[in-house]
Design a protein. Structure first.
Length: 316
């Protein structure tokens, strides 16, 4: 009886160990964590096996890594995906403007350090909105690391800036006044302003999850958050000055580019997507019947295109 009991206990222990090992190896589910970078807690979502080809997902405004939730689930079988939140966004630290310099140069520096701390030496970049100025700064600093670029309304061309969509922000670049700041706050940072960015130009607005703008409104309503957002709006003009440098990077390095662009984007119209055709030889070009956050309506198509695009180019 004693030996039989020991046998059963040993068998049970081996089973538990086996299950634990299996769970540990099952990296396809989405995982969440923080990395200390530049004195800030950088939140990230990740999925997939780190031994697989890496895709770095860089979010836009006013969003966070939450916008990539469907891509993380869809591609984790064949790829390692990691989506960080910038300082002042999502679940990352949101230090005051006296504690952190909210410029795209500095955010890109923090994100580049984040990737280095995670030990990522080769990766494809997926960029959307603010993800473009962050991603292109990383790419121009480390061209040997970037295997491909996936742009979902991630702009790098002057013709990709819609004056009517940017409106008071362009005026703000010319004259930084409290009156313009209040105009931007009332037009953009309200609950309805957040909702509009997700639903404008979509085929089925009722299909877009309200979790998006509820989360973004809660984030941008935190004390001091309007100042952070305004500082980044003001600094965006410096991104446009760097467009020629980013275009030269594309011409010199020729990373394969997948374009998946919502054609009803009020901020970054289709001419911004067309610009990539001038500078990149290996391009997969797709214009989609949706808005600024194309993933909300087209995540299945976009995820499938990413898989096909990277496989065809033997990205490893």
């Amino acid at each position: 009886m004693f030996s039989k009991t020991k046998f059963l206990l040993a068998t049970a222990l081996l089973f538990v160990m086996s299950m634990t090992s299996t769970l540990a190896e099952n990296t396809q589910f989405v995982r969440y964590g923080f990395e200390k970078v530049d004195g800030q807690n950088i939140f990230y979502r990740e999925a997939g096996n780190p031994n697989n080809p890496t895709i770095v997902l860089l979010h836009g405004f006013p969003s966070s890594s939450h916008m990539y939730r469907e891509v993380l689930r869809a591609l984790s079988d064949d790829y390692y995906l990691i989506a960080p939140d910038y300082p002042g966004f999502g679940n990352s630290s949101f230090p005051s403007i006296t504690e952190y310099n909210y410029t795209f140069d500095n955010i890109a520096k923090t994100m580049n350090l984040f990737l280095e701390k995670r030990g990522l030496k080769k990766y494809s970049l997926m960029i959307q909105d603010y993800g473009a100025p962050v991603g292109f700064r990383i790419a121009t600093a480390n061209p040997e690391r970037v295997q491909a670029i996936i742009t979902q309304n991630g702009n790098a061309y002057e013709e990709g800036i819609a004056p009517e969509g940017w409106g008071p922000v362009i005026d703000y670049w010319k004259t930084k006044t409290p009156e313009l700041e209040q105009k931007i706050i009332k037009n953009v940072f309200t609950f309805e302003g957040m909702k509009w960015q997700y639903t404008h130009g979509t085929r089925n607005p009722e299909s877009i999850s309200p979790d998006n703008w509820v989360l973004d409104y809660a984030t941008i309503s935190r004390p001091g958050q309007h100042r952070i957002a305004l500082d980044l709006f003001y600094d965006y003009q410096n991104n446009i000055k760097l467009y020629p440098q980013w275009q030269q990077y594309l011409r010199d390095n020729q990373p394969p580019v997948l374009v998946v662009w919502g054609k009803h984007d009020a901020f970054f119209p289709v001419p911004g997507a067309e610009g990539y055709k001038r500078d990149v030889k290996d391009i997969d070009y797709n214009i989609l019947d949706t808005g600024h956050f194309a993933l909300e309506e087209e995540h299945e198509f976009i995820s499938k295109k990413i898989r096909e695009f990277l496989r065809k180019r033997n990205i490893k």
